[in-house]
Design a protein around this ligand. Structure first.
Ligand code: GLA
Length: 384
């Protein structure tokens, strides 16, 4: 859905033109999984799929929300009534952002919003972060709040953690707010320092496919929280603030200190080696050895499957089939237990790999996956 349609949708609903239209993308993570709540490194890039919002200010303490993607009419909320974990619908994401802005002392007095999104939901591609960031950016512009992109990301994370009640890290919101076209974002989640790393696979004859398995296992949210708590326990056992503080060179010694605490050993090993894989990926991309990131992605998947234990049969099937059909690398991406995998491949092999994955899903009795090429796209912006 284009910006013009969202603008027209707003005018039809609310009887006036919006003050502006903004968009914010979903993301895919190249490498650095489950490191963001350990103060570690991540490397996402923005997808061309975006949430688009037409927005106008109000002065009467009312928030009106409407989504073109969801059945139902305009939802009207009073700002004074917004309360954490009171809403289990899609409206919790935009309302949570308004709540977080006001809680941080920003004088937001209301808004009319009409939204539409092309980010697949439930696919691990950050459709919720896109919804949050598009609202945060729109209100930042309209109310002249002067917040920087990283500050908007932090507020959106607070909306997600406290208002929605999901204990996620900072990666998705920062990716949506800060990514740049043609680049992957090398982000240090401890201080939010960022480096834009040129990532133009097409120029080098390669492609990156996203394979959305279209499955989301029901226990995914509970398991996410358990992994997060397990990592925090690991850090406490090792006497550090966060697992980020264990240098890769000290990993063996740290694991020895954990002794036969197999659960802690596995979680710590994943996080510390994953941070190392992000740094390795950045170094390889900087030195132009792009094909050499393939094995790093493969190792990342093995670590998420065997040590972190958050893969699932469908994600493993994508990875195994893609690699058997000539992919340079492949791994699950995002929170795990369903969602999407990424496949790095020579352009010439894309059709063969796609067909092989589709056939493997059909013969395994799984729902057909959705496969598309991911091109590093722009971060959140005002579109009109
Ligand atoms: C989800 C969370 C992120 C991050 C990833 C795993 O996408 O929202 O904060 O933890 O899982 O890397």
């Amino acid at each position: 859905m284009g910006a013009q349609q969202v603008r027209e949708g707003f005018a039809a609903l609310y009887g006036a033109e919006p003050e502006g239209v903004w968009s914010a993308p979903g993301r895919v993570n190249l490498i650095g999984e489950h490191t963001d709540y350990n103060d570690g490194f991540v490397m996402p890039f923005a997808l061309p799929h975006v949430a688009t919002a037409a927005v106008s200010r109000r002065t009467d303490g009312v928030l009106r929300l409407h989504s073109g993607d969801v059945e139902g009419g305009v939802v009207e909320l009073r700002l004074d009534d917004l309360a954490p974990e009171s809403d289990r619908n899609w409206t919790a994401y935009p309302a949570g952002v308004v709540w977080a802005l006001r809680e941080a002392g920003h004088a937001v007095t209301g808004a009319d919003v009409h939204l539409a999104s092309t980010v697949p939901s439930g696919a691990g591609l950050s459709s919720s972060a896109a919804l949050e960031v598009v609202i945060a950016l729109a209100l930042n512009d309209l109310y002249g709040l002067g917040l920087q992109r990283w500050q908007l990301a932090r507020l959106c994370q607070r909306a997600e953690n406290v208002y929605v009640g999901a204990p996620t890290g900072i990666m998705d919101q920062t990716a949506s707010a800060c990514c740049e076209e043609g680049h992957a974002l090398f982000l240090d989640t401890r201080d939010l320092s960022q480096q834009q790393i040129p990532f133009d696979l097409a120029a080098e004859g390669m492609r990156l496919l996203v394979v959305d398995t279209q499955v989301k296992h029901a226990h995914s949210e509970g398991e996410y929280g358990k992994r997060r708590a397990g990592c925090e326990r690991g850090a406490a056992l090792l006497g550090v603030d966060a697992l980020r503080d264990i240098p890769y060179a000290d990993l063996d010694e740290a694991l020895a200190r954990l002794g036969d605490d197999e659960e802690a050993v596995r979680l710590v090993r994943h996080v510390v080696t994953e941070d190392e894989r992000v740094e390795k990926t950045v170094a390889l991309l900087r030195s132009g050895e792009t094909r050499a990131i393939g094995p790093v992605l493969i190792e990342g998947h093995a670590s998420l499957r065997d040590d972190f234990r958050i893969s699932c049969p469908e994600l493993d099937l994508v990875v195994d089939t893609a690699l058997a059909s000539g992919a340079l690398g492949a791994r699950m991406t995002g929170g795990g237990f369903g969602g999407s995998a990424i496949v790095l491949a020579e352009a010439a092999d894309v059709d063969t790999i796609t067909k092989a994955v589709e056939e493997a899903f059909a013969s395994g009795g799984h729902t057909a996956p959705r496969v598309f090429e991911a091109v590093p796209s722009a971060g959140a912006r005002r579109v009109s």
